[in-house]
Structures are given as C-alpha cells and as structure tokens.
Design a protein around this ligand. Structure first.
Ligand SMILES: *Cc1c(COP(=O)(O)O)cnc(C)c1O
Length: 431
C-alpha cells in the first residue's frame, strides 16, 4: 500500500460501516491515462463491466472516455444509467437470451460480439424484424494461447467464441445474413497475466489472426478488439506489469498494420477489467471476535467468502494463496503476528487468510484487503447465511480533503429495472 493510500484509508473508520468496499476514483482515472500515455493513443480502451458493475464505477470510466463491454442486459442498463451512449457499448458473452438481443438491438448497441453461428442467425432475424442492420464482431476462439497465462479460455472446446478453424467456412457465408454487418474481430482467450512476454505474445498472435482473416476474406474492418489479459499483483512479491515494455514491443506492430490501406480505418481496442479497477478497491471488515485454538491465533470478522469469494480463493484459483491484508487501525506498526482470518459463515472453508501477518490485532480493529476493486462484491454469494449486503463507498480527494460517498446499490439486477432503463432508450430510428 503506498503512502498516499495509507493517508486516505487511515481515519476513514468512523465514516464507513463494515463490511464494505471502498473504491478510489483517482486510481481508476490514473490507469486510463497510463494506457493512453504508454500506447500513444493507438488503442481505445474498453472497460469490461463484469469486473465491477457499480454504476458510480462505470460513471468514472464513462467520464474518462472508455468504451464499455457488457455481458448481460442488466450490465447494459447499468452502463446506460452511468452515461454511456448505447453506441459505445458492446455485448459479449455466451447464452445471450432472445429478449436481451432484442432490447440491445432496439437500443442501438454499438456491436454484438457473436459467440456462435447460431447467435449470428438469431441476431439477423431480430434485426430483420426491427428493420435495422446490426454491426457484429466475430469472437474468435484461437487455437493457441501463450503458456504463462493464468486464466485460460481457448485452445480447447469452449462456449466462448467461434473456433478459429471454423472461421474460413463461416465468413464467406455471412452475406446471407442481410441484417448483420461484419465489422471486425474480437478475442479474449486468457486473462490475469503478470508476464509481459505472455501478453506480448498473445497480442502478436491475435493481431496475426485478425489481419490474416481480414485479408483472406476481403474485409475492411472497423474494429479489432483485443482481450488484453493484463493482470495485477494480488500476492506479496508479485510485480506489476511494465506497460512501457509492452508498449515498446507492440506499438511498432500496430503502426505497421495501420500503414496498410485496408486497415487505415480500423480502430484497435484493448478490452480489460481488473487492470483498470482491481487495484483501486479495498474490502474493509471489522474484527468481531478473537480466539486461540490449538496453537493458532484466530480473528473472526464480519465479512467472509459471502462478501469476497475471490480473496477466499474460490473464484477460479487452483492454488489458494493469501491476499494482502492491512490493519487500518495500526497501519504503521510492524507486522509481526500471524493470524488465521475467518468470516462469519458456518462453513469450514470460510477462510479469508490462512497465514496473515499483521500487527497485534484486536476486536474492533478495521482490516483491509488489497486488490479488491475487481471481482469482489459482484462475484460473491452475498445471500449465503443472510448477512446484510456490504456497503460500497467511492472515495475522492479534492484539494487535500477526502470525500466519501456511499454508492451502495439496493435494487441489484432486478430484471424489471433493467428492462425499464432499456425501454427509455428504445428510440428506433435515432442514429
Ligand atoms: C472478463 C472479460 C474481460 C475482462 O477480463 P479482466 O481479466 O478483468 O481484464 C474482457 N473481455 C471479456 C470478453 C471478458 O469476458
């Protein structure tokens, strides 16, 4: 934790209630800016809403100029509410339901990223009925993925995207779907990498795939969307990705591709979630009870895996490792006590941290878990054991004063609510 963040988080204890998540607005804005600086404007950035769909978080990215990728009509409704124009939104993900496709097409969504030929067929028939032409991107499921990637989704049978091997047969037939317009390609085949080499290799692989298909089939693409795979440091001794290393390896490739007339109008998009928001959120929990059991010091907190499934190691991790914890009540003291940190759930696997080093930690102390801005609350089973929903706070610093705004959402993902918001945007004929 850097000293600026320590300054902000120390002393907020009496202004928030636990369990909760706090988000640091300036950090998110800095990350968007860092991408623009490193890549010199070669890429647009698209924020993947699933990392953190809080409307105020989406608003920060909207105002920072990113695009938005959603995976449900609920996320799309949130994006619209946060200020995104429908044309700046893309819709990616498996098993999009008919009503979701219809509502998003009516709302004039930018692109639908198709995951199968069947979905293309469905988009075409809905667009035909509505009398519109729907821009689509084909999501490609590549044959190969660099080895060092943590979360892998390609190179094997997958619900994500259309197999690379099927593209040569599919694209020449697309003319028969008259109400869809093929605008380019999308791929997101692996995520959460801290290896520059892997990220660079993956980018080269996707760029080669996209440009080869565009050339082979005479497409002048509007967009190439690269699922970036950028990871963040979750564990002690992890190192941040070095953006300038990545940029110096790939900027030249982008320039070379762009120099070809065919690609002069192509927009290159980096799509990511955790890199933009993961480091800018902390989960805060209070120590409720303490005990000593068979040689271990246990601290029992008001948040468990019901509020933070990822930190408990249950969100797609193979080997459970402790995330980074801080005692906000004693931030500057030496971390010389080892604790088992557990939550309030009647389940033996409700373990937030197994061997956590903290200063002497007592009941009532406030603990913070780092890197909780992405896949935190939104990825957690908050209904388990009927504890209250955690609160959410957005923290901004203006002229040295710290503002804390509660941004907790009570009507989470009600389908009626989403449909209402989409209906407000139902203005066919509007550009
Ligand atoms: C989840 C997802 C992302 C974001 O992944 P991160 O690891 O958070 O960067 C991007 N694109 C698609 C299609 C996704 O499903």
């Amino acid at each position: 934790m850097d000293s600026a963040t320590k300054g902000i988080l120390t002393g907020i204890g009496d202004r928030i209630r636990t369990p909760c998540y706090v988000y640091l607005k300036a950090g998110m804005q800095d990350h968007v800016r860092a991408l623009a600086d490193a890549f010199g404007g070669r890429f647009e950035v698209s924020y993947a809403a699933k990392a953190n769909p809080n409307i105020e978080v989406l608003r920060v990215f909207c105002q920072s100029g990113t695009a938005l990728d959603v995976s449900s009509i609920g996320e799309m409704a949130r994006g619209l509410k946060a200020g995104f124009k429908a044309s700046r939104i893309s819709f990616t993900g498996p098993a999009k339901r008919g009503f979701e496709l219809e509502l998003s097409i009516r709302a004039r969504i930018g692109e639908i990223v198709c995951e199968s030929p069947e979905e293309l067929d469905e988009v075409n028939s809905i667009a035909t009925d509505l009398g519109v032409t729907q821009p689509v991107l084909l999501r490609i499921n590549p044959k190969s993925v660099p080895k060092q990637f943590g979360l892998r989704m390609s190179g094997q049978p997958s619900q994500f995207g259309i197999d690379e091997e099927q593209i040569p047969e599919l694209v020449p037939q697309m003319a028969r779907w008259r109400a869809v317009r093929l605008c380019g390609f999308h791929a997101y085949s692996a995520g959460n990498s801290l290896s520059c080499d892997a990220v660079i290799e993956n980018f080269a692989l996707l760029m080669d795939l996209f440009s080869r298909f565009a050339c082979d089939f005479g497409i002048e693409p509007n967009k190439f969307v690269f699922g970036s795979g950028f990871g963040i440091p979750y564990f002690e001794n992890d190192e941040e990705l070095n953006l300038s290393t990545i940029a110096s390896a790939i900027n030249g490739t982008v320039d070379r591709v762009k120099a070809a007339a065919k690609f002069s109008g192509t927009r290159f998009v980096l799509e990511m979630g955790r890199w933009l928001v993961g480091r800018d959120g902390y989960m805060l929990t209070s120590v409720v009870h303490s005990k000593h059991s068979r040689g271990r010091e246990i601290r029992m907190c008001d948040a468990g895996f019901n509020n933070h499934l990822s930190a408990a190691g249950m969100m797609g991790t193979v080997l459970r490792r402790d995330w980074q914890f801080w005692n906000l009540s004693r931030l500057d003291q030496e971390r010389n006590h080892e604790y088992l940190i557990v939550g309030p759930l009647c389940a033996p696997f409700d373990i937030l941290g197994n061997n956590v080093l903290l200063p002497d930690t007592e009941n009532g102390h406030l603990l913070a878990v780092s890197t909780s801005g992405a896949y935190g609350l939104t990825a957690s089973p908050t209904r388990f054991i009927s504890h209250p929903e955690p609160r959410e706070y957005m923290i901004t610093e203006v002229d040295g004063a710290i503002h804390i705004e509660e941004v907790t959402e009570s009507r989470l993902n009600s389908m009626e609510n989403s449909v209402d918001i989409l209906r407000e945007c139902d203005r066919p004929g509007e550009p």
